[in-house]
Design a protein around this ligand. Structure first.
Ligand code: ARG
Length: 456
């Protein structure tokens, strides 16, 4: 019994091994609802163009509704010998409604069909992910709001640099995520164009109305070149690039969470429900979730590179290589969705330890730059001031105290410009309060940024 749509051309059936090797239904079955939407729009367009009769269209609608019900209820039996989601659904439709089912594929190819399905699916995922990015931003803003004044050391080279507020530090990630959301929204514009009508590669001889199909499916426009329409996967690559950046940002934050939770740093604690213990060391509480996010970021970037490699040598137009686009794309979206969900939850389960942050900011001479700026404001050129402060730091280091703990006479021995008001500048709070301009770490500015984000 011939099961394939093209078997008249062949003298022997494909081998079992080849069947398994070429089938995609094991993963592309998840495109089913989008495949059905695409088919219904295509059928409605063919009907309007006079290619399908009233009876054919209503039979197709009825059959597809039943098929969708069966799929949702888990009753649909996916057949490997029917290769992919498209032919499984089409065969079932024909079993149900007869010739009308066989007419559905008029003026269409699986090449433009699959390209349409992926775009519909990805558009949906982008909208979901956009919302999740927003939720994570909100969780970060909530935490930042509680810590608009909490001083911690800011680092460069992982060495103590200058005091920053913890709120300011968190807001840096809100910025990154905002760019991520912009990138996803931009990518969506190019996802949201209709390939249907390109057919196999050259277009079709039927009087089709692609703009009508596009309108029915909510596409902004149609792909303007049939060869490009069936072979373009730029949109998938762009999505994976945007996803890789989201994951890269979360990987950086994860690295910080792991560091901050290490007992020798002790800036934060992560709620138990995001951590695991050790099977041998009874004292352990490991930050597994941030570690896994860091690990999974590599996997998503790997998918980006995988898709670039998939596309780089393909001649026009459609090649079977393209079937390999789905697993990396699906896994990218799934990983991103799960990661964003868990992350927003985890940020709400973080306990901040301001006392430990304050202890750390008082070590490492975080306010040395403030002393230098103070002297500059009293007339000393910055390079000279830098040298004066370097000597004062060495002196304090030898005595094992912070700059703010040096007696006035000691500080004055390095520069006669130092007066009693220096101590207001040398505390973490003094240092923070002075950085009071757009983008600065002063508590005022942190609160203003939070208000700006909230109003968006
Ligand atoms: N399963 C195929 C894919 O994912 C559908 C398109 C097949 N087209 C073809 N000419 N073999 O790309």
């Amino acid at each position: 019994q011939d099961t394939h749509a093209w078997s008249g051309r062949f003298s022997e059936p494909v081998s079992e091994l080849v069947k398994k090797y070429t089938a995609s239904v094991g993963f592309d079955y998840r495109l089913a609802p989008f495949d059905i939407d695409g088919s219904l729009a295509h059928a409605a367009m063919l009907h309007r163009a006079g290619v399908l009769s009233d009876d054919d269209l209503s039979a197709i609608r009825r059959g597809m509704a039943e098929i969708l019900d069966d799929i949702r209820a888990g009753r649909f039996e996916w057949r490997l010998d029917l290769e992919d989601v498209h032919m499984n659904i089409e065969r079932r439709l024909t079993d149900k409604i007869g010739d009308a089912g066989k007419r559905l594929h008029t003026g269409r190819s699986r090449n433009d069909q699959v390209a349409t399905d992926i775009r519909l699916w990805l558009r949906d995922q982008i909208d979901l992910i956009g919302g999740l990015v927003g939720e994570l931003q909100t969780a970060l803003l909530d935490l930042a709001e509680q810590h608009a004044e909490t001083a911690m050391p800011g680092f460069t080279h992982l060495q103590v640099a200058q005091p920053v507020t913890f709120g300011h530090h968190l807001l840096a990630y809100v910025e990154m995520l905002a760019r991520d959301a912009e990138r996803l929204a931009d990518c969506r514009k190019r996802v949201n164009r209709l390939p249907l009508g390109a057919a196999a590669l050259a277009g079709t001889t039927y009087p089709i109305d692609r703009h009508y199909t596009a309108e029915l499916l909510g596409f902004d426009d149609v792909c303007q070149n049939s060869l490009d329409a069936v072979s373009d996967r730029d949109f998938a690559i762009e999505f994976c690039a945007a996803a890789s950046l989201v994951m890269t940002h979360l990987s950086r934050l994860s690295e910080e969470l792991v560091l901050w939770m290490s007992p020798s740093v002790g800036f934060i604690d992560i709620a138990d429900r995001f951590c695991t213990g050790s099977s041998i060391m009874p004292q352990k509480k490991n930050p597994d979730v941030p570690e896994l996010v860091r690990g999974k970021s590599g996997r998503v970037s790997g998918h980006l590179v995988g898709l670039l490699m998939l596309m780089k040598s393909q001649p026009l137009a459609y090649n079977k290589d393209n079937q390999e686009d789905k697993e990396p794309l699906f896994d990218t979206a799934d990983t991103l969705v799960d990661t964003l969900r868990i992350y927003a939850d985890m940020m709400r389960g973080i306990t901040v330890k301001p006392a430990a942050m304050r202890r750390a900011v008082l070590q490492g001479f975080a306010t040395a730059t403030d002393l230098a700026d103070y002297l500059v404001k009293k007339g000393l050129p910055f390079r000279d001031s830098h040298e004066v402060v370097a000597r004062a730091v060495r002196h304090a280091e030898q005595r094992g105290v912070d700059l703010a703990d040096l007696p006035l006479a000691d500080l004055q021995s390095f520069s006669p410009l130092v007066a009693e008001d220096i101590y207001a500048v040398l505390t973490p709070e003094g240092s923070l309060a002075q950085r009071d301009h757009v983008g600065g770490t002063a508590p005022n500015q942190v609160r203003a940024q939070i208000a700006r984000w909230r109003s968006r």
